[in-house]
Ligand binder design. Sequence first.
Ligand code: HAM
Length: 416
Amino acid sequence: MAIKAPRGTADILPQDAALWRFVEKTAAETARNFGYEEIRTPVFEHTELFQRGVGDTTDVVQKEMYTFNDKGDRSITLRPEGTASAARAYIEHSMHALPQPVKLYYCGACYRYEKPQAGRLREFHQFGIEAFGSTDPALDAEIIALASTIFKNLGATGLELNINSIGCPECRKKYNEALTAYLSSHSETLCETCNTRLGKNPMRVLDCKSPVCKEVAAGAPQILSYICEDCRAHFEMVQQYLHAMDIPFTIDASIVRGLDYYTRTVFEFVSTQIGAQGTVCGGGRYDGLLEELGGNPGPGMGFAMGIERIILVLRAMGLVKEEKNSPRLFVASIGQTEAALALCQKLRGYGVYAVCDVAGRSLKAQMKNADREGAKFSLVLGDEEVHSGEAQLKNMETGEKITVSLGDIPALVALI
Ligand code: HAM
């Protein structure tokens, strides 16, 4: 039986790749215009990075990681997200010594063992940004503006921005007491995992995917009512700056995000056009993460968008990207494959898209192929052409032919 791709993975076929390139390029160019520079981190990391960074009572760490022991018996995990890796790299490469904030963007595959459905895969791709070294609410607003500008530049409309503040560890103490009291009164309804979370990290009950827990979470007290003066003032400034940049938003006090590192501002961009998995982008501030990972204390903030979900949004809007890449010259040959290969190779040295037959076709079939590929020009190499060093260059659109010298490549390049 033929082997199929593992469940929850997808091939990106040539006809889809143009749209992927458009999304990746637009996102990266927009981030660069905001002063972000690219970072590439490994696809796998020490498991401990995510246990400490993302948090060991999160769904991601408890249920979804691809973790294995390598041949050296080290516990390794395929990255489920990019923030912990970027923070690790910031610490490892002493980026605190650089002018702050340090602004990084990345794009790559992430892995989560989730139940696959439309917009939810086990291997998916994120475009994300992280900025380290500033607590200023101006950074929060600018980061949200960056996500919004990426969507604008992609032509993705109909996305709604929801924001919230989940306060600092100080606000959380009071909140956790109230939340624990509420959740304990529903403990017989909660799933087993959530019952163990109750004593350790009650906020994680709020983003459990189990329908029963979701129902309980809907009636829970909300953190926004418990945040301290400083966190409230910070959140108000974020809103003021968003207004100043004409970025519409809604405050959604139910957003808590599913990862442990968040503090203060959190936000999501949601689409109603792509089904249940409508969150296209999620992010927020994480002022305790660097310290949690063993670095000097320092703030950070960022977001990640799911490329598969963006593609679903763009397709729902009817956007199609076709990049027909047609040869400038098709070199047909009659028993002169060697000369045809050599001529194409010389032309490619000049950056020309040139092709010849590599499938042993008849001349008639070769010319049909040249037509199908949309070649602008063609020429035929037979014994006579190879001996004389001259051939007929044919304009495939007009049918016009001119004689060209095969020895003068720059002159040939200038003609096609
Ligand atoms: P996240 O909300 O877990 O946040 O993921 C960000 C985005 O990745 C989601 O909004 C969604 O579009 C996409 N995504 C997540 N899981 C899947 C999946 N299984 N299949 C398809 N797409 C998915 C983070 O990962 C944080 N690191 C974001 C962040 C960066 N916060 C601060 N900086």
